[in-house]
Structures are given as C-alpha cells and as structure tokens.
Design a protein around this ligand. Structure first.
Ligand code: F1P
Length: 289
C-alpha cells in the first residue's frame, strides 16, 4: 500500500485534532484584514480559506503565492501555510514582514525554521506526511482554519466516512485529460485536486472557476476528457460538458469531502499507469532555493 493511501485514510481524525486546536490558537479574528500565503498545495488551501472567510463575512481575506505577495498593502495579519516550514519563498517573505505586519505560520514540522520566522505559530505534527504529495496536512490546515470561522468540523469529519472509502470509477480512470471546476471557496480546492493528479499521476489536468470553463477551456474537451465539479455546479454546465463527449462527475456534499475523493482518484490513477504515487518525478518534499 502506498504511504499516501494510509495518510488519506487517516484524514477524518487529523481534521478533528486540528479543529480541537482552534480555540487556543492565534487565528485571524473577525474583522481583521488578512492575507494568506503559501506555495503549491499550501497556496491552494490559502485560496480556499480566503474565499471561505470572506464569504462567511469575517473580513477581507486575500491569498497569494508566497513569491508574489504585494508588499505595501495594508493587512492586519499575514498567515503563512507550509507543511515543511522550510519553503524558501515562505521563509523569505516572513522575514521581510517581521516588524511591519503581524504574522502567523501554520506548519507541520515543529522543528523547522518556520517556527522562528513568524511572530506566532501553530504546529500540526500529527497531520504531517511521509509522502512528498500533501494530502492530510492540507485538509487538516483547512479544518483548523474553518473551525476558527465557527464551522462544524466534527460533523464534517463524521460525514467523511463515504469519501475516504471511495473508489474512482473505471470510466474516470480511462480518461486522459481531467479538468476540475469549483465555485467560490471550492475554486482553490479544484486547483489542489488538479495538482494532486499532476504530482501523483503525472497527468494532464487543468482547473478553473466553473463559469470560466465556457470561456476557452471547453475547446479541449472530448471523449478522452473528464470534468469533476467541486461544490455546486452552474445550471446547464453538466449538459454542456457531456455534449462534448466528456464524462461529468459531481457529488452532493461539502467540497472538502470531494477533495478527498480527488486525492483517492490521483492515487488510483497513478497505480493504473504503473506509477508510484509516493515518489513523483522531479519533486521533493519542499523546495529550498
Ligand atoms: C509546498 C510544496 C508542496 C508541493 C511540493 C513542493 O510545501 O509546494 O505543496 O507538493 O512538494 O512543496 P510546503 O511549503 O507546504 O512545505
């Protein structure tokens, strides 16, 4: 069994543990202007949280790739997400912000330099993975942050039972091009789902806000494609996807659960191609420049 499969399966538990830290953690407070940064998976989780926090009326929340943070903007708090706590762009940004803007780092490895680089730190060592590919650290970070918004992570973890046992249908595994679509806070999760399949299965995947699919991406769609929706699907879009010959898939559930299904799909897709999902080509656990 690949390591990543075990890490995916333990998710409901690591979500609970992460959410339990929320009351005692220095998370963004209602009304604060917040920026959230990260690289790769951590950036996509930042995007999802930013849209969720703002959507729930907790205040202006922006997300940036750590390398592209617009210094000079006025934020009350910058939250950096990094499993390794060693990613260069994240550490460089935190050190640059020191003394100018309060910072909080959410990291997996408590002994990493990320701990000293930020003013405040929350560590989730129980969610850290041995795989290069991130799964439960990402969703556990999101669970911590969602708990900080007053969301019911306990119910979400209980509802994850079906998602963690899901097997991707063979009709999906047979497709060679997969597009993930989201709306609102699930756009970031769609990007993360697409990245998972690129990393684990070296697959051709794309991801967009669902409405934007019509504005160009649709041109590549045919009977070799599949389109997976995370979150609600705009009226008529499923029919439009199916008319191209592509397979359309969606689930009536919290999009964080659909992300778990996408992680499982990425692993199954890798195995079906004879690839080792624990050892993606050209990748390392973190990028240190
Ligand atoms: C960020 C990251 C991962 C990616 C790859 C390289 O790491 O971009 O998301 O999958 O392994 O590193 P981190 O800053 O969260 O440790």
């Amino acid at each position: 069994t690949p390591l990543v499969s075990t890490e995916i399966a333990t998710q409901p538990d690591t979500w609970r543990q992460a959410a339990a830290l929320a009351p005692s953690s220095p998370l963004p407070r209602r009304g604060q202007r917040v920026a959230v940064v990260g690289c790769g998976t951590s950036w996509f989780i930042a995007q999802a949280y930013a849209a969720r926090r703002e959507g729930l009326g907790h205040g202006v929340t922006d997300a940036f790739a750590a390398s592209e943070f617009p210094t000079g903007r006025d934020y009350d708090l910058v939250v950096a997400i990094s499993r390794s706590g060693t990613t260069s762009e994240v550490l460089t940004l935190l050190r640059k912000l020191r003394g100018n803007v309060p910072t909080l780092a959410i990291i997996g490895d408590p002994d990493s330099p990320g701990r000293e680089a930020a003013d405040e730190v929350v560590t989730l060592p129980f969610a850290d993975e041995r795989s290069v590919v991130q799964t439960r650290f990402a969703t556990s970070t999101l669970s911590l942050l969602r708990a900080g918004l007053g969301e019911d992570v306990e119910s979400l973890a209980a509802a994850a039972k079906d998602a963690v046992r899901w097997s991707a249908p063979s009709a999906l595994l047979e497709r060679t091009q997969i597009t993930f679509l989201g709306r609102g806070w699930s756009v970031g999760l769609a990007h993360e789902a697409a990245l998972k399949c690129r990393e684990a299965a070296l697959a051709w995947t794309e991801s967009y806000p669902a409405m934007d699919y019509r504005h160009g991406p649709k041109a590549i769609s045919d009977e070799n494609s599949a389109v997976v929706f995370l979150g609600s699907r705009p009226d008529g879009l499923v029919e439009e996807v199916e008319a191209t010959g592509a397979l359309a898939l969606w689930f009536d559930e919290d999009p964080q659960l659909t992300l778990v299904r996408c992680q499982l799909f990425a692993v199954a897709y890798a195995l079906s191609k004879g690839l080792d999902p624990d050892r993606p080509r050209h990748l390392t656990r973190s990028i240190i420049l």
